[in-house]
Design a protein around this ligand. Structure first.
Ligand code: SF4
Length: 330
């Protein structure tokens, strides 16, 4: 299911208040990420995509929504009707298994958790690749000899060494590694307005949202489950309550169900990760040999200082509780 929202800009340049209210409502109900595409109907420009859609569907109100199921297109001019008819999460059969699964997976080894995920979801499972832990997951998944997908997010601000690793991983495992980049329609106005390094002044949330969170939504479109190399001790403040398997209400499969999210390495320490990397000859980022522990974008990562917690080397100018990029919302 693909949902397009058409928002209006009045002829005098003012944005439509009802469109903003609809957006707020969707956000309050955690449904905003179910809108796949936003199109503008500029009253002053009949050739704008939204105005053409309004003419095509004979709509004069704003906002309106077009739901494309693949076999038919349905129009909604009221956000509440859209929510009630299309966005209410259907009861999940997986839910009945989930409480038991959380308990059972807590006693499984990471590779066993992945094997179960691969068996259950096959190509519907995507491994998110960015750090050393994620390559460990890829190595385990490859050894399980069952299907999986791998994607990574190229923010445009990664270190050269990270780009080298991405291609190394692709070649080492012989996989089609999917690389997602920021949407230029979001990125360019942001840079034009705030410059390239606004995160040092305004915090990293907006930049991460454009360079990471939005591409993640595209990477996960079509998935039923995803796996990431999160470890609980990376950031007890934000990862303390995670489980090795969870329902991710921030992302949904094409049939509207929350994705199942696996964190097989949740209880592993950094030492266990590195033991695995060395014992299994897993490719790793050469920045680790230069003192980096947790590696993200170049301007927001520094080598760890002696005795410093690994997360201190990311967005070090912000509070500890803020040091998450938004990819892994609770
Ligand atoms: S880590 Fe830094 S550069 Fe990368 S997306 Fe976030 S704020 Fe932007």
């Amino acid at each position: 299911m693909h949902i397009t929202m058409v928002k209006k800009i009045f002829a005098d340049g003012h944005p439509c208040g009802k469109c903003a209210q609809a957006e707020d409502l969707l956000k309050k109900r955690s449904l905003w990420n179910r809108i796949n595409r936003i199109v503008t109907a500029a009253e002053a420009n009949p050739d704008s995509e939204g105005m053409k859609l309004a003419a095509e569907y004979g709509v004069e109100l704003a906002p309106f929504f077009i739901v494309d199921t693949g076999t038919e297109k349905r129009l909604y001019t009221r956000v509440l009707e859209l929510i009630n008819k299309e966005l209410k999460t259907p009861p999940l059969s997986f839910l009945s298994d989930l409480a038991a699964a959380v308990q059972r997976y807590a006693s499984l080894e990471p590779q066993e958790i992945l094997a179960e995920a691969q068996k259950k979801f096959a190509e519907g499972l995507a491994i998110s690749f960015s750090g050393a832990e994620d390559v460990v997951l890829i190595d385990m998944a490859a050894k399980n000899k069952a299907p999986f997908r791998v994607f990574c997010l190229d923010t445009g601000r990664l270190h050269e060494e990270t780009y080298t690793l991405i291609d190394q991983v692709r070649e080492h495992y012989g996989i089609a590694l999917e690389v997602y980049t920021p949407n230029p329609q979001l990125l360019e106005p942001f840079i034009h307005k705030k410059g390239l390094n606004s995160f040092y002044r305004n915090g990293h949330k907006e930049c991460c949202s454009i360079r990471k969170v939005e591409p993640l939504q595209r990477a996960l479109a079509g998935c039923k489950a995803w796996a990431a190399g999160l470890r609980r001790d990376q950031n007890p403040a934000t990862r303390g309550t995670l489980a090795a398997v969870e329902l991710d209400e921030n992302h949904h499969s094409p049939d509207g169900q929350p994705l199942v999210k696996f964190s097989p390495l949740l209880e592993w320490s950094s030492r266990q990760v590195w033991n695995y990397i060395r014992e299994n000859n897993v490719p790793y980022n050469k920045l680790h040999d230069m003192g980096f522990i947790s590696i993200g974008c170049a301007p927001c990562t520094r080598p760890a200082r002696p005795g410093e917690h690994e997360r201190m080397s990311r967005w070090w100018w912000e509070e500890a509780a803020q040091r998450e990029c938004g990819l892994h919302k609770p």
